[in-house]
Design a protein around this ligand. Sequence first.
Ligand code: ARG
Ligand code: GLU
Length: 727
Amino acid sequence: MRRHLAGYLLLPVLFFVHLAANATEGMWLPHLLTNLNEKEMKGMGMKIGASDIYNVNKGSLKDAIVSFGGFCTGEIISSQGLLLTNHHCGYGSIQKHSSVQRNYLDNGFWARNRAEELPNEGLFATFIVRIEDVTKQALQGVTTQMNEEQRASLIGKNLGAVRSNIKKETYQDVVIKPFFEGNQYFLFVTETYKDIRLVGAPPSSIGKFGADTDNWVWPRHTGDFSIFRIYAGKDNKPAEYSPDNVPLSPKHFLPVSLDGVAENDFTMVFGFSGRTSEYLPSEALKLTVEGQDPAKVAMRDAALKVIDGFMRKDEQIKIQYASKFAGTANAWKKWIGEMQGVRATGGIQRKLKYEERFRQLASPAQRNVLDSLNILYKQSAPFAVARDHYIELTRNVEMLNFANDAVTMLQETRVKGESHYDELREQFLAKMKSLYSNYNNDVDREVAAALLDIYFSEVPSRMIGGEGYQVWMETNKDGKATAARMYSQSAFTAYEKLAAFFAQPFNTVSEAVWKDPATRLLIGLRNGFIDNVGEPYDALQPDIARLQRAYMQAQMDVLKGRRFYPDANSTLRITYGKVNGYVPRDAVEYGISTTLDGVMEKYKPGDYEFDVPEKLRSLWEQKDYGPYGEKGKMPVCFIASNHTTGGNSGSPALDAYGNLIGLNFDRTWEGTMSDINYDASICRNIMVDIRYVLFIIDKFAGAKHLVDEMKLVHPKKKTVVPARKAA
Ligand code: ARG
Ligand code: GLU
């Protein structure tokens, strides 16, 4: 009833909704909030000001946010540099510290004191010190007559000058990135800490509960968090790892709210949003969801089906392929959601309407930009789809992937000179050795058989090229037969064979490599791909980039009433929305939050996705939730309409005051299309309720000393729970 009424009231303004970005749409630059967003945010319930979020003169929220290793986000939650991120972001580090005897992935890990916190080579955390608009300097002297190459070279020179003139401390870095397709440039002064230690992680049965089956899906019950600590030199500045380093004393850390969330609460998610494409023309959107997504999904469908079959039958294969499977399945599942979401919401029609509106207001030159861009995308479509088929084939058939590495290594030797062969071969073999430890010939052969069939039937033969097609005809145009030959005769069937093959002198190898069925097929396909697909595709890209930039500028010039946010590019962004459920399909309504009861509903003893640890079951039986439960239930996850994307994993979910209420880790199935087609009615991000994080740390893991380090608050009751000094 309520919803129907709301829908009715919205009707008259629908037209403008299409024109103006929806209130919850957008990933905004933190230093531009005052002008663009503050009023709206306050209207939606925010109780702090834009200057509390981003401020160069005093500690503000942005000083508690880091890029975690460049691929995720993390936030500081204590005065002693405690850092919170996702379990799937810390996964690699947790895995590296694990062995069969001490399996931290299976059993979890909790440092009982600072001495037990584990260093992680190569891991870093980057703070944003300040952001500056350097568009003017970057584009100095740039004209529309320049081609893309000339333009890039002049901008490169300009930015070099900006870099050398910037005021910064020696321990700080400068990053400059293009925004709005290169119409604007912003500079980031950053501080990168390199001594990041693992403090705690729940077992995978909590941190990865539901694994691939539940991935991208609501309702969700995953405790997807892990805890690290940033260490600094004695002067609190970034320093290489040293046992003498001390916990970072941050400019700001997030207070943690114990009050939970309610329907319609204001929320913000602050983090390093990875990549979106919200301003594509209709032909590009069509290409994505009708050409590229289906091609990639079909290839992965086939590969995953084969691998899953083996993993279910064979324990060893399950371990070897678990991580690869998760990675392949993650994007696969996202693309399916994306295609369906765009279809279900009429995304292409909506784009066309938007373009119609643009056309009405645009000048003939601006209209021409849009039309030319659509034509170019249409021209590039067959190449783009064939390219994805090739990428998926050589990615998912590992033997072709290995052969590709071998061919690349041999080419490099030819360029650098034969005397470099030993060195390059050693590097290649070292990489192969580790890849072969998680490789199984039977699995790969069946993946190859299935994918070759799809490749040769979907990609037009003129794009495949003669050499590759020759192999295909020799084996009667049959994936099984092609694979049978490759996987019985190739040197790539086992690491030992491969090492022996490459132990021969360079000249012998160079000759023999053409006769190996794996390299022969790979080289044939690769040459055909480069000539018939890669080069024509690449040749269109500079024009696409130029027109995409012009179209972006035209949209901003023409649609004056609309606020524009730049596509995500792995820079710090803030998104805001409300805690709201949604209606995924007819007669189904999703609530805003889940509880531990739902974990127990999904519980399957011994299952690798849905097992529940004994301790957690007994806490549930006794309803022993400490101060973290609510009305006899233990909250686990919740959703809201924040516009997030990949890279926002580990981002803090904040309440109206800037207190931590949750940890972002995923989006809902129907809303994965938000990277190209945000729709406020169904796009939702998924967060772990911070009270579940605290409950797991304290009640499940017995690591209360970590909770004691935090500042717990009751904003809804307006009280602060005094922090106790950490042990
Ligand atoms: N879908 C989330 C993201 O895009 C979580 C991925 C990790 N979990 C998994 N089952 N693969 O990264
Ligand atoms: N799981 C994603 C990540 O690793 C975040 C979810 C999303 O793509 O929205 O960044």
